[in-house]
Design a binder for this molecule. Structure first.
Ligand code: CP
Length: 331
């Protein structure tokens, strides 16, 4: 693996290798080994043209826990405001010693352009591009699901993949790179996916996607999903004429308190409620649902560090094995 640009292009072996390596990384954290020396002398640049809390900070934490140096770049306040191009910005940062560039950009395809351009030699990681993809979010979601799937199934050990798991992805699918990356990865790992949304928030061409499409959240909950992933309503990517209204949206597609109770009445003891964050509490998810024992929101954040450690390790160390020898040495 030279870059991580999308889950659509990620084969099952590479996906499982990242998840298994992330388990090794998590084991290190659980045992309170603070740092691994595996990327000492390497530099990771966080190149963010859009705002972020979770992704940027967890890439920074991941790189530091692997002993890499980190340079954080935010377009706001940089020479991008003077018109500097992506090429010149990336080359400037590489001249300061970048080995990997983690890029978030408002333009779909910007990370792939950077990787294919020959402008820089660094490994490129897509940290979210427009409405296209957010592969490390999908990987941390799959990591979280794989752990919970073992619990739901009552199996002592983790499975390799998510065969047989039923996942509902609910809300603003139209604008969601998280929905797209999750769909491709979940299908690769053998899960069944239902997209639930108002017709106005589904993309043209969704009928060709490898998933079931529903406009009715209550009907979908009655089918017994193992995971319900709520998406953020992306107001910043919409115009004022958005339909349905936020009140209608919340009533019909929000995960509210009555739907939280409905999981119990359907006998769905193990079903988890996911959200990539940031959440619009009271809009796509109620506070009770977000804070309930079924919610994996904070598990997802925690797991994000392990998954991003695994991604940087596999891209930068040249290792193809899942268990770095240095982890064993550090224990
Ligand atoms: N889930 C996610 O990408 O969050 P941030 O925008 O805070 O990085």
């Amino acid at each position: 693996m030279r870059h991580l640009l999308s889950t659509e292009d990620l084969g099952k072996d590479d996906a499982v290798r990242i998840l298994d390596t992330a388990e090794e990384m998590a084991a290190v954290s659980d045992r309170e080994v603070k740092k691994l020396p595996v990327l000492r002398g390497r530099t990771v640049v966080n190149l963010f043209f859009e705002d972020s809390t979770r992704t940027r900070i967890s890439f920074e934490a991941a790189a530091k826990r692997l002993s890499a140096d980190v340079i954080n770049f935010a377009a706001k306040g940089s020479s991008v405001s003077k018109g500097e191009s992506l090429k010149d910005t990336a080359q400037t940062l590489e001249a300061m010693g970048a080995d990997a560039v983690v890029i978030r950009h408002w333009a779909s395809g910007a990370p792939a352009r950077l990787a294919a351009s020959g402008w820089i030699d660094s490994a490129v990681v897509n940290a979210g591009d427009g409405t296209h993809e957010h592969p490390t979010q999908a990987l941390l979601d799959a990591f979280t699901m794989r752990r919970n799937w073992a619990r739901i199934n009552g199996t002592a050990s983790l499975g390799t993949d998510l065969s047989g798991m039923k996942v509902a992805i609910v809300g603003d699918v139209l604008h969601s790179r998280v929905a797209r990356s999750n769909l491709w990865l979940l299908r690769t790992l053998g899960a069944d996916v239902t997209m639930v949304a108002p017709p106005t928030l589904l993309p043209v061409g969704v009928a060709k996607w490898p998933c079931t499409v529903s406009y009715d959240l209550d009907e979908t909950l009655a089918t017994g999903p193992d995971a319900v992933m709520m998406l953020r309503l992306q107001g910043e990517r919409m115009n004022a004429a958005f339909f349905p209204s936020t009140r209608e949206y919340s009533r019909r597609w929000g995960f509210d308190d009555s739907r939280l109770k409905a999981l119990d009445s359907h006998g769905l003891k193990g079903t988890i409620i996911m959200h990539p964050g940031p959440m619009n509490r009271g809009l796509e998810i109620s506070a009770a649902a977000a804070d309930s024992p079924r919610s994996t929101v904070l598990q997802q954040v925690r797991n994000g560090v392990s998954v991003r450690m695994a991604t940087l390790y596999l891209l930068l160390s040249g290792e193809t094995h899942t268990a770095p020898a240095t982890i064993q040495e550090a224990q």
